[in-house]
Design a protein around this ligand. Structure first.
Ligand SMILES: Cc1ncc(C[n+]2csc(CCOP(=O)(O)OP(=O)(O)O)c2C)c(N)n1
Ligand SMILES: [Mg+2]
Length: 388
């Protein structure tokens, strides 16, 4: 049986939904303080009614993925020093956000990541070698986005915000209850595409969660030069999008807030915006010297809010983790890193001609000219090799 777009439209209750005028009573404003369920030592605080604490099994799994994710991040940074990776933007310190976003979603939901989200992608179960293919410079994307429901990591700032709106709208139009989560940095919320994406999603009730990781810097530009608003979560309000802010280094709060945001989007109420207050512990990338624009005392203050130690302390106090469980997770993380090291040290074979594929559906005359030039140069080099 073939399904025409018209048949899909007729069958879909969502697509027939009439535009409803916004309800002025809808609460849009974020709480004045970021939502927090654990203090920095891991001591639980009273959970607000809207954000019940996630089940303990989910938090144990979150801890495991955060430990493995951090070890992956350290390994990827080391690979840049060995010349095996061209560049790596670390997300050390942002583990609660990286893993919390993945755990709040179903496998069939879509993730729209930036260059910063390698940890989230490995946490989604994508092979780390495939994740690092882009950053090694071998190919545009190392995994199959359609199969993994994960868009390629986006380097042009904020363009993923409109992609997520389009995909989410399309999914709802076809009667599926898929949610799209778009990661975005604090700096990138100044880009037009962020505003266009959020506005489109709001007007067309596209099920998107815009997840702003406010790590205080856009390369060297501090937050104070990025916005005068009390919180980046206020940027949703002007578009009619309910928004919330959360302590991004509190794993329990991050998972609780994102779970609610995803449920909101899935229920057909349109997008939700979350700002997580966190901190980039490393430089922007291995090509950046962060000591030129921020001082060590600031970094040290954030070390005390480490999300991995915070969750571990809480789960130990609850009796959900003990020494043996912590050691087993550490061992798993080491094995993961060792396997990544070995596989990243194998020399990949890449066909230089593949550079010209998938750029346009129909290659432009300039591209054809460049392709033929490279083909001729490669043939000449091969002839030279043969003569030697
Ligand atoms: C459209 C566009 N403009 C500029 C850049 C250069 N650039 C790359 S990363 C970056 C900073 C982004 O900061 P933020 O959004 O806070 O994300 P973070 O790197 O902190 O995760 C800039 C300006 C770019 N990639 N794309
Ligand atoms: Mg930033």
């Amino acid at each position: 049986m073939t399904t025409t777009p018209e048949a899909v439209r007729r069958a879909s209750p969502r697509s027939r939904r009439k535009a409803t005028p916004p309800d002025p009573a809808t609460p849009l404003l974020p709480a004045t303080e970021p939502v927090r369920l654990l203090d920095p030592t891991g001591t639980p605080l009273r959970a607000p009614a809207d954000y019940p604490e996630p089940p303990v099994e989910a938090l144990v799994e979150m801890h495991r993925r955060m430990v493995v994710g951090r070890r992956f991040d350290v390994q990827a940074t080391a690979l840049t020093k060995q010349g095996r990776l061209a560049v790596y933007p670390s997300s050390r310190g942002q583990e609660a956000c990286q893993v919390g976003a993945v755990l709040a979603l179903r496998d069939t939901d879509w993730v729209f990541p930036t260059y910063r989200e390698s940890m989230a992608l490995v946490s989604r179960g994508i092979d780390p070698v495939e994740v690092l293919t882009l950053l090694r410079g071998d190919w545009h994307c190392g995994y199959d986005p359609a199969e993994r429901h994960t868009a390629p990591q986006c380097t042009p700032l904020a363009t993923q915000c409109v992609h997520a709106a389009g995909l989410a709208y399309g999914e709802a139009y076809q009667g599926r209850d898929t949610v799209a989560l778009a990661f975005i940095g604090d700096g990138a919320t100044s880009e037009g595409d962020f505003h266009e994406g959020v506005n489109f999603a709001a007007v067309f009730k596209a099920p998107v969660v815009y997840f702003v990781q406010n790590n205080r810097y856009a390369i060297s530009v501090p937050l104070s030069r990025q916005t005068a608003a009390p919180s980046l979560a206020y940027k949703g309000v002007g578009y009619g999008v309910p928004s919330e802010q959360v302590d991004g280094n509190d794993p329990v709060a991050v998972l609780a807030v994102l779970t609610r945001a995803v449920a909101h989007a899935r229920s057909g109420k349109g997008p939700f915006l979350v700002e997580a207050h966190t901190y980039r512990m490393e430089a922007h990338t291995n090509a950046d010297d962060a000591s030129r624009y921020r001082d060590g005392a600031e970094v040290e203050a954030w070390r005390d809010r480490d999300p991995v130690a915070r969750l571990e302390a809480y789960l130990r106090a609850r009796g959900a983790l003990d020494d043996a469980a912590v050691a087993a997770v550490a061992e798993e993380a080491e094995a993961y890193a060792a396997d990544l090291r070995v596989r990243m040290n194998a020399q990949p074979t890449v066909d230089p001609m593949s550079l010209f594929e998938h750029v346009y559906a129909e290659p432009t005359p300039q591209l054809v000219e460049q392709r033929e030039q490279v083909r001729a140069e490669l043939a000449a080099a091969q002839d030279e090799e043969g003569e030697r």
